[in-house]
Design a protein around this ligand. Structure first.
Ligand code: AR6
Length: 173
């Protein structure tokens, strides 16, 4: 499973699926979530609204993932996942973040897709320290390698600083 690290706007990537760092409502927000909704068009919001709620306002619990089409995006699908809010590290944040990567990869496999791009889940508004999050991402994805032989995985960073932090995690692993 190749693991590429790039600097790009994830909404421009022509891959089978891009991952959205969403919130449990799946009704949009700021950061990468806002960018994905803007680029995909309002059909994405309608599709998200149509997903079932497990509790009022909760369409995707932390660590889980849900799939919609990509609509106007170059990517065919959006896999929406909800990262943990960083609360100091003692609230199962690494485990919950790892689940985001695992469940997103599971969605990819269920759809029989071959390429996926992840943003730095939880590293913006949700405050997860970048280097620690990158280590979780890389360790989790590498751990899935035997199950996902030919899938191409891209870690899509939004700045050069983030790209070098993530590349370091890949090189160190
Ligand atoms: N392409 C790639 N990466 C991006 C882009 C983009 N277009 N835009 C931002 N990033 P964040 P979170 C990077 O805050 O921390 C939303 O309001 C950004 O620089 O988008 O998981 C949701 O609705 C950072 O490195 O997601 C939730 O309420 C990374 O994406 C909440 O924010 C993640 O930052 C989720 O917070």
């Amino acid at each position: 499973m190749p693991l590429n690290v790039i600097t790009a706007d994830i909404t421009t990537l022509k891959v089978d699926a891009i991952v959205n760092a969403a919130n449990p409502s799946l009704l949009g927000g700021g950061g990468v979530d806002g960018a994905i909704h803007r680029a995909a068009g309002t059909a994405l919001l309608l599709a998200c609204r149509g997903l079932p709620e497990s509790a009022p306002g909760i369409r995707c619990a932390t660590g889980e993932a849900r799939v919609t089409p990509g609509f106007a995006l170059p990517a065919r699908y959006v896999i929406h996942t909800v990262g943990p809010i960083w609360q100091g590290g003692g609230r199962n944040e690494p485990l919950l973040l790892a689940r985001c990567y695992r469940h997103s990869m599971q969605c990819l496999r269920e759809l029989a897709l071959a390429s996926i791009a992840f943003p730095a889940i939880s590293c913006g508004v949700y405050g997860y320290p970048a280097a620690a999050a990158a280590r979780v991402a890389v360790a989790t994805l590498r751990g899935l390698l035997p199950e996902h032989g030919n899938v191409e995985v891209t870690l899509c960073c939004f700045s050069e600083d983030m790209r070098s932090i993530v590349q370091q995690a890949v090189d160190d692993h």
